[in-house]
Design a protein around this ligand. Sequence first.
Ligand code: N1C
Length: 248
Amino acid sequence: IVIIIVAVVLGVTLSKTSSQFQSVFMSRCEKFKDSDCQKIWEAFQQAYVNKDPCKVPMEAYDPLIAAAPFTPTCNRMMFWSKTKDVVHDFTDKRDCFVTLEDTLLGSVLDGLTWCGKEGSNETFTTGCPGWDDCDNPVRSFWNRVSAAYADVACGDVTAMLNGSITAPFNNMSIFASIEVKRFSAPRVRSLNVVLVTQEENATNCTNASLKDLQKELDQGITYSCTEVPETKIQECASDPQTPCGDCW
Ligand code: N1C
């Protein structure tokens, strides 16, 4: 009898995790009007449910991208690497730039962890493989959506990179390994790097990794780099009077 009670309680807690995850997904999704969140949820789930959580390639999310395609916002697309907090502090206050987290798929899954298990229809939020462990559902998701978002990039594109680290353009990052490779001319006209600096300047626009970035760029895309102190970005974020074009 004890075993039965334990099993039932466990089963109930597990499906509670599943349905809690689903309610977060659905309520975030429903903020985007005219989207079929039930259909998007189904497409999302098929990528990892009932599968080995170490064998989820990025292609598993192809049906999800098809169910919730990205609409490009030319000249306003913002990419970033190792600057998540500054970027979102800025985009939350000013609406001149659009990041992946401002789109349906990016905002619905931002900050969440999930995985499935062979022989189960549940979504688990604990005990999932880590980012670097294997082909896990979370990393494959960000790889796939970042690719789709970069595929529609157009016009003048902005990227906020971190000037406090030795390699602001790091080959291991999603920005370097996925997004930059997908920017294509003439659809993308320019890539404008905003190198976010602190008081203790670690690096500047002459950084070696930024040379690699320029080499990676499709011929025909104009490159520029501007060093901007983090404090200046924060000031501009809190001052709606300053036109975004004058922030850096
Ligand atoms: O590996 P990164 O940065 O270079 O990835 C950032 C890059 C951005 O331009 C986004 O378009 O890739 C996209 N992206 C997200 O939008 C995103 N939201 C949340 C990539 N990763 C994202 N996350 C989480 O941040 C993700 O779970 C992973 O752990 C980090 C990657 O951030 P990074 O290394 O600073």
